[in-house]
Structure formats: structure tokens, C-alpha cells
Design a protein around this ligand. Structure first.
Ligand SMILES: [Zn+2]
Ligand SMILES: [Zn+2]
Length: 303
């Protein structure tokens, strides 16, 4: 079973590594972090409804999910699909940390471990989103998949030796505090709960839900033959997910900064990168044809 494990850029699988033997265990920190924000977020929604709170929630969600998570964390730090000046990269990654999911190293590790699992001959049900709705929700948002003999995870030095990223990794939860103080000054406890707790709970739930469906069903423009898990596009929610819904395209062209690659596929994250490029702030932006097609890639337009 261990004979032919594939290694990726950051995940090195030696002969003793197993990609399937392991346990799904409750992660108290992750679980309580989400649950407390969900409870406080519901409190804000039902006990402290306010237009100001809603505006802050929408504005901060858009900034942290689009510029932070999708562009800064996913397309830039994880995939290096374009280049920006170091100061701007740090701002975008910090915005991504504000989403409230993990620190920069934790995000890179979670993304690349899942990707590594999905490239093997057999992918266990946790990293493949193989379970049904509620079980997968429990597994992904409240638990971790602990391998008995995990591969070695190697960060590039630009990430692991960056003092700012290491500081962010250590204190990622506390990044909400300066924002909370500003929100408190703007509108008191109600606005804090709308702008922090409700936003974190909705972002984490939404991120999980997109990941869940995007590995199970939807539209496909391409498939990657020989893999146990495929990505799917989830049409209709491009604006809501800032382009991350085009996950079938992302599996086809993981190096590409553009996710909505076909006509009509709305991709706000890509528009943001176009603005950065026009301002002279982003360069070397990768698109699907920037690299040779990945092995097994086959056009299947299912529309
Ligand atoms: Zn990715
Ligand atoms: Zn995927």
C-alpha cells in the first residue's frame, strides 16, 4: 500500500509513510473556537439586529474573504500564482488570517495536505470530503485527521523563516483584538459581535460548505484522470465566494491565479488581481496556459 505514494512540493512521502492509516480526532481548540463564535454570532443576529452591524459584517467579510483568503492566502501564499511587493503580501496574508481559520503556516499545511491526499491512488474519507453533510461538517470543522505515519511537511524558507508569518502563526486568534477595539469604538458590543463572531462563524461554515460540495458534485470543464477525487464548479455563487466556487477549474489548473476561466464565470478575486496589476502592484500572473497541462487532464464540458 505504501509502495507508490506521490510527493508534492511541500509534502515528502518516504517509504514508511501511510496516507490512509490514521484516526479522526476531536480538536478542542478548533471546535470551541468555531462554536463560541457561532453562538455569539447568533446572539448578534437575533438579539442585536442592526443595519450598522450588517454593513460592518458585509464589508469585513468581503475584504477578508476576497483580498485576504482567496487572493492573499490561497492564490498568493499557497500557490504563488502571482508576485506582489513584500509589504503588500503581508497585508493580504494578514487579512486572510483575519478570516479566523488558521495562521499562514496552518493554512498552507491544511491546503497542501489535502491536495497531497487527493493525488494518491486512494484518498481516505476525511481529506476527500467523502462523508455526508453533517458528518463531514463535524469532521472538518471540529476534528482533525491524524495520520499514524505522516509525511514530512517542508515549508519554503520564505514562509518558515519569515518573522511576521511566524508571529502571525503563533497569535492568529488574537489578530481579532485590534479589529474588535475599533468596532467597539464604532458601535459597541453589537457591532463587535456582527463584525467578528458572526463573520468568523459564517466564513468558516461557508468555507467548509464550498469545500464539501466542490469535491462531490457540480459542473466540470475538465477531469484529471487517474485521481480518486475530482473538483467541481458550483455555478451561481461566484460573487458570494469571490471565485473560489470554480473549484473544478482549480483542480485542472492549480497554478492559475484565475479561477473563473470560462466565459461567464464570475471571479471577483481575479478582478482584484487585475486591479493590482493595473496599479503596477502585481506581476508574473499565472493563467491556465502558463504551465504545461497536468498529467491526465481531459476536457469534458458537462454543461
Ligand atoms: Zn488551492
Ligand atoms: Zn480541491
Amino acid at each position: 500500500m505504501n509502495a507508490a505514494l506521490i510527493s508534492t512540493e511541500r509534502v515528502r512521502a518516504g517509504p514508511s509513510v501511510s496516507a490512509v492509516d490514521g484516526r479522526i480526532v476531536w480538536d478542542p481548540v478548533k471546535s470551541l473556537w468555531f462554536s463560541s463564535h457561532a453562538v455569539l454570532g447568533l446572539l448578534a443576529l437575533f438579539a442585536m439586529p442592526s443595519v450598522q452591524g450588517l454593513a460592518v459584517f458585509l464589508l469585513l467579510s468581503a475584504a477578508t474573504l476576497c483580498a485576504g483568503h482567496s487572493v492573499g492566502m490561497h492564490r498568493l501564499l499557497i500557490h504563488r500564482s502571482f508576485v506582489v511587493p513584500p509589504w503588500l503580501e503581508r497585508i493580504l496574508v494578514w487579512l486572510g488570517v483575519l478570516v479566523g481559520m488558521a495562521g499562514p503556516l496552518g493554512m498552507v499545511r491544511a491546503h497542501d495536505m489535502r491536495d497531497w491526499h487527493q493525488r494518491q491512488d486512494v484518498c481516505p474519507p476525511h481529506p476527500s470530503h467523502g462523508a455526508g453533510f453533517w458528518r463531514d461538517f463535524w469532521w472538518q470543522v471540529h476534528c482533525v485527521f491524524k495520520l499514524d505515519s505522516p509525511p514530512q511537511f517542508v515549508f519554503e524558507r520564505e514562509i518558515s523563516e519569515d518573522r511576521f508569518y511566524r508571529w502571525l502563526e503563533r497569535w492568529w486568534m488574537l489578530q481579532q483584538i485590534p479589529l474588535a477595539i475599533v468596532l467597539w469604538l464604532i458601535g459597541g458590543i453589537g457591532v463587535v459581535l456582527w463584525g467578528i463572531s458572526l463573520r468568523i462563524a459564517v466564513s468558516l461554515f461557508g468555507h467548509w460548505a464550498v469545500g464539501h460540495y466542490a469535491h462531490r458534485t457540480g459542473h466540470q470543464g475538465w477531469v484529471v484522470d487517474g485521481l480518486p477525487v475530482q473538483g467541481f464548479n458550483l455555478p451561481g455563487i461566484g460573487l458570494l465566494t469571490f471565485g473560489e466556487n470554480w473549484h473544478g477549474n482549480h483542480h485542472a489548473f492549480p497554478h492559475s491565479a484565475r479561477l473563473g476561466v470560462e466565459p461567464g464565470q464570475l471571479d471577483p478575486g481575479w478582478w482584484f488581481i487585475r486591479v493590482l496589476t493595473a496599479l503596477g502592484l502585481a506581476r508574473d500572473v499565472a493563467t491556465p496556459d502558463s504551465q504545461q497541462a497536468r498529467e491526465g487532464l481531459r476536457r469534458v464540458d458537462s454543461r
